[in-house]
Design a protein around this ligand. Sequence first.
Ligand SMILES: Cc1cc2nc3c(=O)[nH]c(=O)nc-3n(C[C@H](O)[C@H](O)[C@H](O)COP(=O)(O)OP(=O)(O)OC[C@H]3O[C@@H](n4cnc5c(N)ncnc54)[C@H](O)[C@@H]3O)c2cc1C
Length: 430
Amino acid sequence: MEKFDAIVVGAGPAGATAAYLLAQAGMQVVVIERGATPGSKNVSGALLFSQIYNELFPNFWESAPVERAIVGHSIAFLGQETSVTLDYRDLDPTHTPHNAYSVLRACFDPWMAQQAEDAGAMLLPGYTVERLLVENGRVTGIHAGGDDLLADVVVVAEGTRSQLLKQAGLRDDFYAGDVSIGVKEVIALPEEIITNRFQCLTADEGVAYTCVGHTGGVEGGGFLYTNKETLSVGVVVKIDALYKSQRQPHEILDEFKSHPFINRLVHGGKVVEYSAQAIHRGGVHLIPQLYGDGYVVVGSAARLLLNNVMTLRGMDVAVASAAAAAKAILAAREKGDYSRASLAAYEQFFKQTDVYQDMVTFKETYALLENKRLFNVYPDLISGVMDDMFSVKARPGKKAYRALRDNMHDELTLWQMLKDMAQIGRGLVR
Ligand SMILES: Cc1cc2nc3c(=O)[nH]c(=O)nc-3n(C[C@H](O)[C@H](O)[C@H](O)COP(=O)(O)OP(=O)(O)OC[C@H]3O[C@@H](n4cnc5c(N)ncnc54)[C@H](O)[C@@H]3O)c2cc1C
């Protein structure tokens, strides 16, 4: 039976990073990916936050297939027929790396996998790992394509729907309330129209919108990112809330796209891709056991995600966790000990990363994502107040407080609003 130093399950950002770092350090690594090519099975926004990528692959944006450098990020509150946006724009687009780049995963993941292959890893696309091989509670390899493959350590990087550890009795299933569903369309538009419509200086610049409201009353949010010749438009909504609403994910996306604010941005485009995928809610309090005898679990297979309402970060979190895991594996190799106790260093290394520190910083933000009023009441309220403040109508003008009281729904009391503001303060301000 063939034996490797390490087997990596999945060639997403987490798996490719682990494979790259382990192979670079001289380990014999095989990566098994169920897609015909890496990225072909992935769904993501996708904004790639560059910091950690630049540490791993300096100046990666020069050779990697990135779409546009994100020089503007806006948050849009969508009322019924109105919108209020808060725009951030980097007006010195010459400095690099940019904070984020838009990517299409079907193009970007093969590039990442190629880095791992160039470092010496062997990539086996088109094979699904069906189960882990376990002996006396220790993971010893995997079963795929009718064969058993053995390894000193298995890196489980199979993404959100990770079932291998549960199937092997090494982990519990996730709770449905902690999972959302993301649905996304890629909409083609000529490059020049995108550049002009989003007020970019060149076809290399792009912008990102995070949207709150108009997701059919279901807790969640929407996004719109500019690629070179396409737009990525999607919604991420809580699965239990979606179930209660008795609506289908694509209906929520259609409703989101029909909002005049979004409709004007996607107008004239042609849908060239539709995809959907589960996504963990994330949060430090939901991180499961990250290691065991003979294995580590990284990326979204380890339910790692950072959602602070303004940005959704999964890929850089996945890369950071995989880099920490690789460091622990290399230390384990030095000792010749891949036991649970030895691989526990992974958790320590991960906790030292900036990404983990950010997860701690935003730990209170997750409560916000549970607050229905954030999605159902406040976008209309904010829009209504702005309408009253800006519009000249055949009635006396209003100062802000009067406009606020007049736009408050019956179910929203001032006391409730103050409590919500305190929650927003805890989540995002201090
Ligand atoms: C709608 C949506 C929008 C998002 N937007 C963003 C964004 O803008 N920015 C961001 O940073 N993150 C975003 N995310 C999150 C991000 O996509 C994930 O956090 C990230 O992809 C996790 O990387 P990963 O390598 O852990 O898992 P994945 O990227 O899911 O990779 C797992 C890989 O394993 C393979 N695989 C699965 N099972 C097996 C098996 N049994 N055998 C072999 N191979 C297997 C899969 O085919 C896949 O290639 C978004 C997610 C969704 C759903």
